[in-house]
Ligand binder design. Structure first.
Ligand SMILES: Cc1ncc(COP(=O)(O)O)c(C=O)c1O
Length: 474
């Protein structure tokens, strides 16, 4: 159970003896109950997908795109049902947020217990133990044999923004080096760091200065680690004076950029370069963290300890919380009041995160990720050979963070975004939620809950195979 419920035994006991508000027979409670019922009716009217789509198109800005034209009614572990009662297997996990599945019982219990105590005080006004407990946990989990401290915020982009702020405060330097294909968020600074124009950066400039881009080492696309390191040295000569660079930031496995793992020797070389020039190394683990690759943090596969790590997504099993973990001296560079935000480290989300982390530990989800990765690799190779010869290419990733590309043929390996889109659409019709990624939108990424049963994985793979056959035939 989360620390939240243990935080203050006196208060927990008091709240237990108090009759829950909704069942108290007072006038206030009587008026509260119908209000709650009415609110529930307003958000879940039971409309069809088509009717809700129409309302959505009229009410929601078109810049917010949705992959599936259906509306959720409920979800459990790796399954989801839409408002028309259709069932789906979820291989997308709400964009890598659900390593512990939808509504993990421990996560839900911890969040509910916390809601019975308090839901918001703002840590900057009145502090609470779940924030401290989560920071302690993150400090203990993050790689590196040095003292660590943490900051909690709400979204991944906010975590990246704060990592840059902290790095700038710690070094007194402005520069940040990011990589082609990297994704760091949708705020102005993080968009400047994101290395993919469409759809993220289109129409949104100008972006902040002092952001530099180096090529990502992707040997298959002709950029070896050697090439990438030479380009970085050239960047130091042409644009980014290393003595003015605060940080180098990189995702251990490119997320939106196509699930390309960073070779270990790249991390090792970056560590040496950073140490030589007094630059801080930041691993953006927002998508690759919390068991997705078979380790708590994907950078652990390389043996390198970064100075700062950004975290979010699967940390809290579906609740919005993010953070920065890193060297205590670096984290303490920002002056009191320089970091934070009204909602940062919300107590319900902290309780959920502590429970999700406990579930990953108790249920052996790191090992499960490795096993799932092996299953998907083998099954994709087999399905590709049988169903779509020479169209499924480069099955890649780390552990259960895995993607496969669709190409027009093996000779040219030209990206086939249309086929990828078609497979996703056919899969949805058959009851499987899939999501693409990659610079050309032709990679399918697997973010299935690590808690999914073998039977569900097999059912999902069978749907995938049928959808692929549909798409090839179409
Ligand atoms: C590696 C990485 N960094 C940053 C972000 C931004 O996180 P958020 O969408 O919570 O702002 C994401 C989101 O997908 C991500 O994958």
């Amino acid at each position: 159970m989360a620390t939240a419920t243990k935080a203050n035994p006196k208060k927990t006991a008091a709240s237990k003896t108090r009759t829950p508000r909704s069942t108290t027979k007072t006038t206030a409670a009587k008026t509260a109950a119908p209000r709650a019922a009415k609110a529930a009716a307003v958000v879940q009217t039971g409309g069809s997908n088509a009717a809700l789509l129409k309302r959505r198109e009229a009410a929601v800005a078109r810049g917010v795109a949705s992959a599936a034209p259906v509306f959720a009614a409920r979800a459990e572990n790796s399954e989801l049902w839409d408002v028309e009662g259709n069932r789906y297997i979820d291989f997308a996990g709400g964009i890598a947020v659900l390593n512990t599945g939808h509504r993990h019982p421990k996560v839900i219990a911890a969040a509910k217990a916390q809601e019975d105590l308090y839901t918001h005080t703002s840590f900057q006004v009145v502090q609470y133990e779940p924030y401290v407990a989560l920071a302690e946990k993150l400090n203990a989990l993050a790689p590196g044999d040095f003292a660590k401290k943490s900051l909690l915020v709400t979204t991944g982009a906010e975590a990246v923004e704060n990592a840059v702020k902290i790095a700038r405060a710690a070094t007194g330097r402005p520069g940040v080096i990011a990589f082609s294909g990297g994704y760091h968020g949708r705020t102005n600074l993080t968009l400047g760091m994101t290395g993919k124009v469409n759809p993220y950066k289109k129409d949104f400039g100008p972006f902040p200065t002092d952001i530099f881009r180096a090529p990502f080492p992707d040997a298959r696309n002709g950029v070896t680690v050697d090439d990438a390191l030479k380009a970085l040295q050239t960047l130091f000569l042409t644009d980014a004076d290393p003595s003015r660079v605060a940080a180098i930031i990189l995702e251990p496995v490119l997320g939106e950029g196509g699930y390309h793992p960073v070779p270990a020797e790249m991390w090792q070389a970056l560590r040496a370069i950073c140490d030589r020039h007094g630059i801080l190394l930041i691993a953006d683990e927002i998508q690759s963290g919390f068991g997705r690759t078979g380790k708590w943090f994907a950078i652990e596969h390389s043996g390198v300890a970064p100075d700062l790590i950004t975290v979010a997504k699967s940390m809290a099993g579906g609740y919005p919380i993010a953070g920065v973990v890193g060297r205590a001296d670096v984290m303490d560079a920002a002056a009191p009041g320089g970091l934070g935000g009204t909602y940062g480290g919300n107590p319900v989300a902290c309780a959920a995160a502590l429970a999700a982390i406990e579930a990953i530990e108790a249920e052996g989800l790191l090992a499960r990720s490795i096993a799932l990765g092996e299953t998907f690799r083998a099954r994709f190779a087999d399905i590709g050979a049988r169903t779509a010869p020479y169209r499924m290419w480069d099955i890649r990733g780390l552990g259960g963070m895995l993607a496969v590309e669709f190409v027009t043929d093996f000779e040219t390996a030209a990206p086939d975004a249309a086929l990828t889109k078609s497979v996703i659409a056919h899969a949805l019709k058959r009851g499987l939620i899939l999501l693409a990624c990659g610079m050309h939108g032709n990679a399918l990424r697997i973010m299935v809950p690590l808690t999914a049963s073998d039977a569900i994985i097999e059912e999902g793979l069978a749907i995938f195979e049928a959808a692929l056959a549909d798409a090839i035939a179409a």
